[in-house]
Design a protein around this ligand. Structure first.
Ligand code: OGA
Ligand code: NI
Length: 361
């Protein structure tokens, strides 16, 4: 069967949605060439071959002095060894987590014409619905559909929310509740991470702009795929901001690159748990003590998969770089300072595969 025409866009001025990947998944038995990754980028570890060593940390007793010391130590080790960990007993309502997943799934199951009412507009990234890739200029597409929202600070959300889906009916209300809950969790996590670096509890929260920090939600829907070994649901990347909290269903597909073992390993879905991964600004702030983990999502031929990534980013004007309190003659700065809004343009201009390298000294 000839691969279906996926529109070719010469530049980023054309619409971003090439074709609904979900629609392709339901119609095709052969993977269109546009989605075939280069040999070295294809999956090597199965979506359900779970790595049991990625830390799972209980936050129970976070406000109790001795328990907190245990939690801070575990978080510090996880940030240094993995850059990713899972949390349980985190206090986020199980009902809210479930309701949010169900609501998002309902959105993706709407007819494509309905979803396209919220289509990302050229130059508008990262807001709206897109499929395959958010950059019209990408040569090879990812096997996913997604929706991106600017969810914090509140003033930005209030400005954007009329562009969020109005179907299903309770979509906006549920997502607002969910992203505010994530923000509370992020404040707690940044407190633990600050303490694990020997910094005051509020240090990182203030460093990234306090209540003016930015948050984005990326809702990822990965349809089943006719040839999952040839493609990725989401290409390998590090998150560029501060920290990401991810909720996934029980299918499996999130993988992280373990530098020590030089291999990709799959994160085990644990009911009720949230995945936490460090992003570039924490690697830089910690002067490489902690790592911004390289990760990707793979797909499979039997099941669709859903994940909700809540990305916490510094305020655009916040000054980034290594925390001066951590530097010394033995530990000189490995990165320069810059305003957060300059970070992505610098990475793009330097074509840095490893983003942090773009601001390395
Ligand atoms: C992301 C991301 C992973 C996943 O949206 O940045 O890394 O499992 N998602 O969907
Ligand atoms: Ni990511």
């Amino acid at each position: 069967m000839a691969p279906p025409a996926v529109a070719e866009f010469p530049n980023d001025t054309k619409p971003v949605v090439a074709a609904s990947v979900m629609k392709l998944a339901n119609e095709l038995t052969v993977l269109p060439e546009k989605f075939v990754k280069a040999v070295g980028e294809r999956p090597v570890t199965a979506h359900n071959d779970y790595c049991k060593e990625i830390p799972v940390i209980s936050l129970k007793g976070i406000d109790n002095e001795s328990e907190r010391a245990r939690i801070v130590a575990e978080v510090g080790r996880a940030c240094a060894d993995w850059g990713i960990f899972q949390i349980v007993d985190h206090g986020m309502s199980a009902v809210l987590m479930k309701r949010t997943m169900e609501t998002v799934l309902e959105f993706f199951k709407l007819p494509v014409e309905e979803k396209l009412k919220c289509a990302a507009k050229p130059g508008d990234f990262p807001v709206g619905y897109a499929s395959g890739s958010h950059r019209a200029s990408d040569d090879v597409l990812d096997w996913r559909e997604f929706m991106a929202h600017r969810s914090l600070p509140k003033a930005i959300r209030e400005n954007d929310i009329s562009t969020w889906p109005d179907k299903p009916e309770h979509y906006r209300k549920t997502l607002v509740e969910y992203c505010d809950a994530c923000d509370g969790l992020v404040t707690a996590l940044l407190g633990l991470i600050s303490e694990s670096l020997g910094l005051p509890t509020n240090y990182i929260k203030n460093f990234v702009g306090g209540d003016d920090a930015d948050q984005k939600m990326i809702l990822n829907y990965y349809p089943q795929c006719p040839m999952p070994d040839l493609t990725l649901g989401l290409r390998s990347h590090t998150d560029y901001g501060t920290i990401t909290v991810l909720q996934q269903d029980q299918v499996g597909g999130l993988q992280v690159y373990n530098a020590d073992r030089r291999k990709w390993v799959t994160v085990e879905p644990i009911p009720g748990a949230l995945v936490v991964n460090l992003a570039d600004q924490l690697q830089i702030l910690s002067n490489n003590k902690y790592c911004s983990v390289m990760h990707q999502a793979i797909v499979n031929s039997n099941h669709t998969r859903l994940s909700i990534a809540t990305l916490s980013n510094p305020n655009a004007m916040s000054q980034m770089g290594p925390a001066p309190e951590l530097l010394s003659a033995e530990n000189p700065a490995k990165y320069r300072t810059y305003k957060f809004k300059e970070y992505l343009p610098i990475c793009i201009a330097k074509k840095a595969t490893n983003h942090c390298d773009a601001v390395a000294l």
